[in-house]
Design a protein. Structure first.
Length: 532
């Protein structure tokens, strides 16, 4: 009769749980302000065709840049950290899923010696004041997910995994952009150094002309000293450029995950040639950013995770229903008993049944915790909206800089050509004695300034294009079909800890924030969370 009663109770609890609800709000992405089109969409160099920009750096057609990007993807340490964080988030999802099952499953045992005081109440009725008692058994408790607390926790962990993957992608977008920008800066500095050294050679020749005219008595020593001043000033600019070049190379080395060196294996070949941009760039429409940019996806997933945390906090306001059970064997050496009789069937002990707990008097603590979670959620919603706005600003800024710097380069090209002609004419006229040396000096300085400005602007064009591709969110697709961490790191982690199958899959199949989280959720192809 007792067994039937217990089964009925358990059946009732399972029927109750079948109709369990999930307290707290369900996540829906917030409304955002997105422009219909870019301000420079009408420019002939801009195409509004949709593009994923999967390997945008190949638009520069520079094999050295391709090698640098590939090396950085394999060796960059910040990217490895982001990859390990994905594994951490995946393990956290497994922890959350595990809470759906009996939370306590323990085997226990003890052997205790007891002694009552001779002045205790027990001593008045029992002369045996010392004895041993032993017990072994198993116990389990299962808090049923009546209010959806554990399912909401799974939703939060699921969304956190999505955010971790998006953060990895955002790190990869930044990495590819930083490598390309550093490479273009190096090539620009090499070009500026080449211009400075060519100017030193030209100014040296002009100095020789001034010295010859001075020795011939057709000019004064002032011309010689002015020529020396300009030459020394140009020579002084070379060490400053070399400092910038070395520092840019060192920064690129860190991005490549290697100690600072001169990168001769990577930078040989084209020499001081600044990568040229393609004639047209596809930017799509602003709405594409919501899908492509990983930082926006991360902001949305973080908001979804926090939304689920509101439900977790709200569930604490309601009673928690549990099933508990204990079974074991117990014995003592009191009177006619013996410890060796513990494993006899009549020494068994058992306890099973439902229970509940309810935090009735929490003095507003739980209610205020719900408010805390809700306030955090609202912050993340606003942060998501702000991320969308900033993404559009970054695209607009980079796009206008890319287009306007090309206009500037055309003007500088004309001015540089004019400065070259002016300098050549001034030297001829100075040799013929029709102009003074100040004219030559001015023409020399103007030519050097125009050449240097043109080189800087050509570098700015390419770097602004890199910034545009980065703002558009391209490049993270490089990791598709690949593991988040390299084999060497996986082997190191596997030596320390049993990671099961979590190190094996090359890709996680992720749900979108707010869609079936906790039910389908984020899954590893190799195994389900509860098996790990």
């Amino acid at each position: 009769m007792k067994r039937v009663h217990l089964r009925q109770v358990i059946l009732v609890f399972f029927l109750i749980c079948a109709g369990c609800v999930k307290v707290g709000p369900d996540f829906t992405p917030p409304k955002t302000s997105v422009a219909k089109d870019w301000q420079d969409a009408g420019d002939r160099q801009v195409s509004t065709a949709s593009s994923e920009h999967r390997d945008w750096w190949k638009a520069f057609k520079d094999p050295a840049l391709d090698r640098l990007i590939d090396t950085a993807y394999r060796e960059n340490l910040n990217l490895r950290i982001a990859g390990v964080r994905v594994l951490e988030a995946r393990a956290q999802l497994g922890v959350a899923v595990g809470e759906l099952f009996p939370q306590t499953q323990q085997a226990y045992g003890y052997l205790d010696k007891y002694r009552y005081s001779t002045h205790s109440p027990q001593a008045a009725f029992n002369n045996n004041l010392k004895w041993f008692q032993s017990e072994v058994g198993v116990t389990a408790s299962w808090e049923l997910d009546f209010w959806g607390k554990f399912r909401r926790a799974i939703e939060a962990a699921d969304a956190s995994l999505i955010a971790a993957v998006a953060d990895y992608d955002a790190t990869l977008v930044s990495l590819t952009g930083d490598v390309a920008s550093s490479y273009i800066q190096i090539r620009t500095l090499e070009k500026r150094l080449e211009i400075a050294r060519e100017s030193v050679a030209t100014q040296t020749e002009v100095l020789k002309v001034a010295e010859a005219k001075f020795r011939g008595g057709t000019t004064t020593q002032r011309d010689v000293e002015q020529a020396k001043t300009l030459l020394a000033n140009t020579e002084a600019s070379i060490p400053a450029l070399e400092i910038q070049l070395r520092q840019a190379q060192n920064a690129l080395c860190v991005l490549l995950g290697m100690p600072p060196n001169q990168l001769t294996d990577f930078l040989t070949g084209k020499g001081a040639v600044i990568p040229a941009p393609p004639p047209q760039v596809a930017v799509g429409i602003p709405a594409d950013l919501l899908r492509r940019r990983p930082d926006i996806r991360s902001a949305e997933a973080q908001a979804a995770a926090q939304c689920a945390n509101i439900g977790v906090a709200k569930a604490e306001l309601f009673p928690a229903f549990s099933l508990i059970g204990t079974f074991g064997f117990q014995s003592s050496d009191v009177a006619r008993f013996a410890l060796g009789q513990m494993f006899r069937w009549d020494s068994r002990s058992a306890q099973a049944g439902p229970s509940f707990t309810w935090n009735l008097f929490n003095y507003g603590r739980l209610t205020n915790q719900v408010r805390v979670e809700d306030a955090r959620f609202q912050q993340l919603l606003i942060g998501y909206q702000n991320a969308v706005l900033k993404a559009q600003q970054e695209v607009e800024d980079s796009l206008t800089a890319f287009l306007r710097s090309q206009v500037r380069a055309r003007f500088l090209g004309d001015s540089t050509a004019a400065a070259r002609r002016s300098f050549d004419l001034s030297v001829l006229q100075y040799r013929g004695g029709t102009v003074d040396f100040t004219t030559v000096l001015t023409a020399q300085q103007a030519l050097l300034n125009e050449q240097d400005s043109l080189a800087v602007t050509l570098g700015d064009i390419s770097r602004n294009l890199v910034g545009l591709y980065k703002a558009l969110g391209g490049g993270w697709q490089l990791r598709e079909g690949k593991d988040f961490i390299p084999e060497s790191v996986k082997a190191e982690m596997a030596k320390r800890t049993n990671w099961g199958s979590l190190l094996a899959p090359a890709q996680y199949a992720l749900s979108e924030p707010g869609k079936n989280q906790g039910e389908k959720g984020a899954k590893a192809p190799a195994s389900s969370p509860k098996q790990d």
